[in-house]
Ligand binder design. Structure first.
Ligand SMILES: Nc1ncnc2c1ncn2[C@@H]1O[C@H](COP(=O)(O)OP(=O)(O)OP(=O)(O)O)[C@@H](O)[C@H]1O
Ligand SMILES: [Mg+2]
Length: 337
């Protein structure tokens, strides 16, 4: 089984699973913060070394066994598009993809890695079509992530996007859901249907923007603001509602993007809409965030549990440092095997 490693802008999360019949069992997990620059913005190998050192430390602390790892690339540096083809064979699609991609992917294909996945064949619609997921990333960015893994003396098996991983651990197969990863720097939104990505979007507004809003509104320092954010969040009855009011404009902005994603999906899927919204990432731990978003969007918003398909023994629960939703991407990566 492969180990899942999620390199965020603030912290690295790791999960090792074992196969357990048809399901999975949690072997080990861990998280470590790092003060450095995320690989996509790194200037040189020294920047990458900060991350690979943190990763080595995490490996030891979390007592991870396997050296075979899967990683994901941050959503803001990848391009995910769903496109329709006439009913071609898989190999015809593979050759057509290169020609079609240029229209949909705004980066030079000669400098990119392009992958595609046949999602669904609609043979009985008129006209019939095949939907295909295209994913592209600048080769240089993918190579930096691969370099971090190599510097940590690990063996890279597979690379995918963060929302592909989160969708594997969080989405249900029965109906479409929206997954929202509220991180430190980015909020990533996906609509997932039958366990496959349908739509993705990444905004550069997340936990750090929330803390900044408190700093600016209340004129307090960042450490204090971070503390208030985590303790009171969107609870209106605390500190005369001051924290909630400072956070509200940022939360509304994120909610507006979620609403747009929802209506985009409804328009392209003849009115079908996601049945629920699943929050994940560190900022999903903010008090009352799910309740406030439920109210604004009038759709059920819940905080996801990435271990819902994984057996977690009591002693593994204790070892699970921090907050379970932090691990959605790492669990999804480990499930990929
Ligand atoms: N209880 C809490 N309430 C509010 N925010 C929280 C809480 N706990 C953690 N956070 C926030 O979660 C963020 C870190 O989340 P996460 O670990 O998902 O980020 P990341 O993956 O490193 O970043 P990114 O995905 O944006 O690159 C920080 O902004 C932190 O302030
Ligand atoms: Mg993250």
């Amino acid at each position: 089984m492969a180990v899942g490693i999620d390199i965020g802008s603030k912290s690295i999360k790791i999960v090792e699973l074992a196969r357990d019949g048809k399901g999975w069992r949690l072997k080990s997990s861990g998280v470590v913060g790092y003060r450095g620059i995320a690989p996509e913005y790194a200037k040189d190998e020294k920047d990458l070394a900060v991350i690979s050192e943190a990763l080595k430390k995490l490996y030891k602390e979390a007592k991870i066994n396997s050296k075979d790892v899967n990683i994901s690339l941050p959503e803001h540096s990848v391009y995910t598009r769903r496109i329709k083809f006439p009913p071609l064979t898989d190999s015809e699609i593979a050759s057509a993809v290169k020609w079609e991609a240029e229209q949909y992917i705004p980066i030079p294909l000669s400098e990119s890695i392009l992958q595609h996945q046949v999602i669904e064949r609609h043979d009985n619609t008129s006209p019939p079509y095949v939907s295909v997921l295209l994913v592209a990333v600048l080769r240089e960015i993918a190579e930096r992530y691969a370099k971090v893994i190599e510097m940590a003396k690990l063996n890279l098996l597979a690379v995918e996007t963060e929302l592909m991983s989160a969708s594997r651990s969080l989405a249900t197969e029965e109906f479409p859901v929206m997954i929202v990863d509220l991180g430190a720097k980015s909020t990533d939104i996906a609509i997932s249907k039958n366990g496959q990505l349908y739509f993705t979007r990444s905004l550069q507004t997340a936990g750090e923007a929330l803390t900044r809003a408190i700093v600016q509104t209340l004129g307090i320092d960042e450490v204090q603001a971070e503390e208030y954010k985590k303790t009171y969040g969107m609870v209106g009855s605390q500190l005369e509602g001051k924290i909630k009011s400072a956070l509200e404009p940022v939360v509304r902005m994120v909610a507006e993007e979620m609403r747009k994603a929802m209506s985009y999906y409804q328009t392209s899927e003849q009115g079908e809409s996601p049945k629920s919204i699943i929050l994940t990432g560190g900022t999903a731990a903010m008090p009352e965030i799910a309740a406030v978003l439920t109210k604004i969007l009038a759709v059920e918003v819940i905080v996801g549990n990435p271990f819902s398909k994984v057996f977690v023994a009591p002693e593994a629960v204790n070892a699970l440092s921090g907050y379970a939703p932090l691990y959605s991407i790492a669990v999804g990566l480990a499930m990929r095997g």
